[in-house]
Design a protein around this ligand. Structure first.
Ligand SMILES: [Zn+2]
Length: 344
């Protein structure tokens, strides 16, 4: 079915549309024009969002659009009927399927666009600009990767300060990083958490707690830095993977004799394979502690190191060390090993 306003095909939107109708019925006993149309699949979800009932009933601009769409549909119907008489069903199906595959694949991709959504910040006026920027930034994603996914780094009782987070070269996603460098500080200041307010929802309360934690962490890290305290530094190499990469699912499409059109059904022997929506997951390729001398080397040579990540998509830890002659390298290794042993 095509939307009578914009002409877009209304496929796969049924659940969302019917929920709208249900929600509406909860408050009134009768459907208005808009919701009647939604129920009948006459308008797409997008249009149901952008127009109110009054718009649809009384607005001449919208009515004109509907008129034009009706005309277009009539002409299309004529052309299709003409086609139908001339072409065998198989060809018509091929034509329809091609359009459907485009549509469904695009929908699936759209659905998987967001990797790590920041928590919704309601009442954003309560938060300062620096925090809002932080939640939206790759730094907050980097912190949650290090805290939740890297098993080799014990972050209990520590603040995670992101020294550097590098977006993977040419990646389409902002959450795709080639490397992360963090410094961990002991929690010296303890955040004091207020009780949940009665009028507050759980997610609002969670946001507020997260904000207080962030304030404390920022202040504590700043204070420790000014005192010259150095934390443990780690390099983390994450890899963003699509769990459903190259996976397909069957969409069953049959010819609906009563309405003379193709439609998607739950089960049939006729189907097309449609790419599944991506499900994104981080894998940790490597995580390694480095000392502050190595950190200085990395920060001094950051641009060369980033340049190396542009050459290969698979980043390894070796790009963070100077390329030394064999003898020197093993000497450095020994030194590092000695230092590790002393620490342990
Ligand atoms: Zn529409």
């Amino acid at each position: 079915m095509d939307c009578i306003i914009c002409g877009k095909q209304v496929v796969n939107e049924n659940n969302r549309l019917q929920k709208k109708v249900k929600d509406y019925l909860r408050t009134t006993s009768e459907l208005d024009v808009k919701h009647r149309w939604i129920k009948q699949w006459k308008i797409c979800y997008g249009c149901s969002e952008s127009y109110t009932n009054d718009h649809l009933v009384g607005n001449s601009e919208v009515l004109q659009k509907i008129e034009e769409q009706k005309k277009r549909k009539k002409q299309l119907g004529k052309a299709l009927r003409h086609k139908r008489e001339q072409e065998p069903l198989a060809e018509l199906r091929a034509y329809y399927i091609e359009k459907y595959i485009d549509y469904a694949t695009c929908k699936a991709e759209q659905k998987g666009q967001h990797i790590a959504k920041p928590p919704p910040l309601k009442n954003s006026r309560q938060y300062d600009a620096a925090y809002i920027a932080y939640v939206k930034s790759s730094k907050s994603t980097a912190v949650s990767i290090v805290r939740n996914l890297v098993k080799d780094i014990d972050t209990k009782g520590k603040w995670i300060d992101v020294r550097h987070v590098e977006k993977r070269f040419l990646s389409h996603s902002d959450g795709d990083f080639s490397f992360i460098i963090v410094e961990l500080f002991s929690r010296k200041q303890k955040p004091s958490y207020p009780k949940k307010m009665a009028e507050e929802t759980n997610s609002d309360y969670k946001n507020r707690i997260a904000y207080i934690t962030w304030q404390t962490a920022t202040a504590d890290i700043h204070h420790q830095r000014t005192q010259g305290i150095q934390g443990d530094v780690y390099i983390v190499l994450p890899c963003l993977k699509n769990e459903q990469e190259s996976m397909y699912e069957k969409h069953y499409i049959v010819w609906d004799h009563s309405h003379l059109q193709f439609k998607r059904v739950r089960e049939s022997n006729q189907y097309v394979n449609i790419l599944k929506s991506p499900i994104w997951r981080y894998e940790i390729v490597a995580a390694k502690q480095i000392n502050h001398q190595q950190l200085r080397y990395i920060e001094k040579n950051l641009y060369q190191i980033i340049g190396k990540t542009h050459k290969k998509s698979a980043v390894t830890l070796s790009i963070f060390s100077p390329q030394k002659k064999k003898g020197a390298a093993s000497k450095l290794k020994k030194e590092l090993k000695g230092e590790r042993d002393r620490k342990n």
